[in-house]
Design a protein. Sequence first.
Length: 318
Amino acid sequence: MRCRFSVVIPLYNKASHIRETLDSVLAQSYEDYEIVVVDDGSTDGSRDIVCALQPDRLRLGEQANAGVSAARNRGIDEAAGDYIAFLDADDIWTKDHLEKLDELISRYAGRGVYSCAHVAIRKGVQIHKAQPAIEPLVVDAAGFFEEYARSFALVNSSTACISRELLKSIGGFPVGITKGEDVFVWMRAVSRGGIAYSRDVCTLVNQDAENRSVLNRNGEIPYYVSWLSDVLQKAELEPAVARAARKFLRRSILINAAASRAQGDPLTAKAYGKLAVSRAPDIALPLALMSILPRKFFEFLKMFRHKAGEDQASGVRT
């Protein structure tokens, strides 16, 4: 039956978290929604926890393990909602998340992405991300890249909401990609209609969760980085969008390369230097400097960055 929102949750071995995640969705103040959970071959009893709930508005799809992109695409295919609101199986929403999204959609129709602010839970502390100066932030693709370059806070896989029609038109998520596939989709959707974003915190992203899939793999850079580098090299974007996108890409390359060094993964850090965009001096020179600095330097930077985030923390512990 058609509804306003389909909440799509890919599930793989999240037995310790999926119940709390689903409870946060079932507690929503906005009621015109369904939940589509796609179990991607879990082996830890996650599926049984979902089956034990089974309210009328929840549907469970099952497939052999094929990755998070395939699971999200399956959820999109089975969704009846006009809009797809994504949620990871270890994160939680505040009770007004869908209500806030509905307000944004009603006020700013036709945007590519709708999203609300989130806080990260790290060691039990809520870490607040830097926010745009404007509330709400309603901008085109160039404005999105300008703001995204500042903090990467605008959208993630538990805050993003995109129309089902738009997701279908851009082909959904790239199957087989294991890193950065979500940011690739947000960028493609934003290129069709910009973003409407609220600074109201509606999502808690659980960075303490077990079985998280955010660690770097040796030699692998995020898909969106290589894709955007190619797009800029081919001059496929309008000049204003290209300038903002390059600013975002430069910051993303340098931050990710530094993170790779901090994790003891010089192979991935070196891979960033092979991108076409990295031939430019403002990227090539910092990468060259990173290659000769010791790992402990990057570990210190990472610790300092996390400490700076904790200084912004709300002090509320979960």
